[in-house]
Design a protein around this ligand. Structure first.
Ligand code: AHR
Length: 664
């Protein structure tokens, strides 16, 4: 109630200020003093876009340590792959036997392949399989790991199974042994405690008696997942994402959402339920997705980090690059047959029920069965991803849009206007969005740093009565696609213009979010990582400075400079968070000379006092790296501020000045 009253007071204040400003327009001769008007802006402007690209899910955020746990890799993923990729046949102590891949009576029809281990002589130590994880398995001494496996005993006798984690010099964990006792598929679990640190361990699973076993879903998870969720996320990577304080999260793509051909559309229903029953598939980026990180886990993660979920569903068409950019022999955009569109649309309605419906509803019950009876409070659904604006697309988008809006007027639908910031798709996309009065549209642009500096006025003239904007994918691409300070400052400069236009631009997210070193299909990314390290780029810190310092009121003309010719080197914004009363200034200098900035806080209600000043600054071509001993990170100091003062913005810097408000 108090928070509500505060918000109301703030809105009334901002309306009052707007009225004052309106009566003080420059064309009225009485207006001598320009009073800056506070304008309400999106309080959720900065969020994240997660796409399973660059091994962002398997081998990335998803904490599973075993690669190809389900033996479902196949040459369609990558021609050199097969069901035994990442596995090796192993004997220790002169045993012998065979392994084969079979499909008869699998754990589940959605998970057809499993391995059969036929031990003819167990030797001294057993016969089995070794998995090398994703570039090795990273373990830490003292940490506990949950091992599990599905086994069907094919011979009459029980077979003891030993599980070990081995490093180059021997065991790096206490081994565990259990015995099979079922001729049906049965899940066996064990806890393994690491005794050593190792960045490239392997998991060995050895049968220690003559016999024949079917094995599937061989899994190893750290117990220490993010928020200790079962089937959870890698805690260091998830925490780095959480530290961005994203207000929303778009998932699961990108191109991945509309897929490489109609057979490769991302179908959310295939990604929920017990992991051994999910439908795995190749992704458009040419590797395998286990979908262990599926829709339930996405929703759960959003909730855990306080981000509004924004799932993106294909608009009944596949990616226009299908079979093209990344593969030989273009297929291009194709639409689902019209008689399949009702079912496709129903899937989207079912998704809304899965997220928001009562636990007694058909799909809400599946959410509850997964451990979450409360709704996930879905408010946004994206339909389509930068699709070519063809009649095939338009017909299908409209079919979906009309039904979703009719059945769920409370859901904000995010449409799409093609892959580029201008051009045919963009123009046709906007015309179509205006015709349909789509709530919000998703714009994408990957451009040089200069483009961002040259387009700071892009949204100043957007029609406030038309669809709102989600800048769903953007990044400044510097030379050789490096994450330089220069690119981060160009993005920061642009973000001040997004704040200025936060009445029409409601959401914005840098893209892509994650890249596993040595396994990228796309650069630059916001956060790089390998099995043991997480390496935020300079761009990450620029994003973080904005997303951790959002406001819901924007004040123009608070920060100015008398220096000439600074239109493309200097930009600034002033927002206020009406919950705390904090006033936040962001100043960006893209140039080699310091810029004296004049700050006049009179309109903001900020009191004299001490502010926190955080500066990200350095060589414009600096890059952060996993290996560097010193990376560029923001540095915080304090500053005494008055109603009006001059602040000298260092060369090549982003400065955030946060002035504490009186409201708590
Ligand atoms: O962010 C990488 C890709 O860029 C996305 O998948 C796609 O939407 C865009 O082309």
């Amino acid at each position: 109630m108090i928070a509500y009253m505060k918000k109301l007071t703030c809105l009334l204040l901002s309306c009052f200020l707007m009225l004052v400003a309106a009566s003080a327009q420059p064309n009225q001769s009485t207006a001598k003093i320009k009073i800056p008007a506070a304008k309400p802006i999106s309080p959720s402007l900065f969020g994240i876009f997660f796409e399973d690209l660059n091994y962002a899910a398997d081998g990335g955020l998803y904490a599973e340590l075993i690669q190809n746990r389900s033996f479902e890799y196949n040459p369609a993923d990558r021609k050199e792959w097969n069901p035994l990729t990442a596995w090796e046949y192993t004997t220790e102590g002169f045993g012998y036997g065979t392994i084969s891949i079979e499909t008869n009576a699998p754990v589940h029809a959605n998970n057809p392949h499993y391995v059969v281990l036929n031990v003819e002589d167990e030797g001294r130590e057993g016969v089995g399989l070794t998995n090398s994880g994703f570039d090795g398995i990273v373990v830490r001494a003292g940490q506990k790991y949950n091992f599990s496996v599905f086994v069907r005993q094919l011979s009459d006798n029980a077979v003891p199974i030993t599980v070990k984690l081995k490093g180059k010099k021997g065991n790096v964990a206490d081994s565990v042994t259990f015995s099979t006792n079922s001729k049906e598929w049965k899940k066996y679990t064990a806890t393994i405690t690491a005794t050593e640190n190792d960045d490239s361990a392997k998991l060995e699973i050895l049968a220690k008696a003559k016999g024949k076993l079917a094995l599937d879903m061989i899994s190893l998870f750290p117990q220490n997942t993010f928020k200790n969720r079962p089937n959870g996320l890698r805690s260091d990577l998830a925490q780095t994402i959480a530290d961005l304080h994203p207000k929303f999260m778009r998932f699961p793509g990108g191109c991945l959402a509309h897929g490489d051909g109609l057979g490769n559309l991302y179908r959310w229903k295939n990604t929920i339920g017990p992991v051994e029953q999910r439908v795995e598939q190749r992704n458009i980026w040419n590797y395998h997705q286990s979908v262990g990180l599926g829709y339930f886990e996405f929703f759960q993660f959003c909730e855990d980090i306080g981000a509004k979920p924004l799932p993106v569903i294909a608009a009944g068409v596949c990616c226009q690059n299908s079979g093209g950019t990344w593969r030989i022999g273009s297929i291009g955009q194709r639409g689902l047959p019209l008689d399949e569109m009702n079912a496709w649309t129903q899937d989207i309605l079912d998704l809304i029920e899965y997220a928001n419906g009562p636990a007694t509803s058909t799909w809400g019950a599946k959410r509850a069965a997964a451990g979450h009876p409360e709704p996930f409070h879905l408010q946004y659904v994206g339909i389509g991803n930068e699709d070519a604006q063809t009649p095939v697309f338009r017909e299908r988008f409209k079919m979906i849009y009309d039904v979703v809006k009719a059945k769920h007027p409370e859901i904000t639908v995010v449409g799409t206007v093609g892959p580029f910031p201008a051009g045919d798709d963009y123009e046709q996309g906007w015309r179509f969005a205006n015709e349909l009065k789509v709530d919000m549209v998703d714009e994408h642009y990957y451009e040089k740093p200069e483009w961002f500096l040259n387009n700071l006025a892009r949204y100043d003239s957007y029609n406030r009565a038309a669809s709102k904007v989600y800048v769903g994918e953007y990044a400044a691409h510097d030379v050789k696609r490096k994450n330089t300070l220069r690119s981060a400052l160009a993005e920061a400069t642009y973000m001040t213009s997004l704040e200025r236009n936060g009445d029409v631009v409601r959401f914005a997210s840098y893209a892509p979010l994650l890249g596993r070193k040595g396994h990228t299909q796309w650069n630059p990314n916001l956060i790089y990582f390998n099995g043991s390290q997480v390496c935020p780029t300079i761009n990450y810190y620029a994003q973080q400075l904005f997303s951790s310092n959002e406001g819901d009121l924007y004040f123009p003309n608070v920060i100015t400079t008398d220096l000439p010719d600074t239109a493309k080197t200097f930009a600034a914004s002033c927002v206020k968070d009406s919950e705390t009363g904090d006033v936040i200034l962001k100043l960006v200098n893209n140039g080699a000379a310091a810029i004296p900035a004049k700050v006049n806080l009179s309109a903001t209600g900020a009191a004299n006092g001490t502010a926190n000043v955080t500066i990200l600054s350095g060589d414009p071509m600096a890059e952060n790296s996993c290996d560097a001993s010193q990376n560029l990170t923001p540095q915080t100091t304090t500053l005494a501020v008055k109603k009006s003062f001059t602040y000298t913005v260092p060369a090549y810097s982003l400065v955030v000045i946060r002035i504490k408000g009186s409201r708590k």
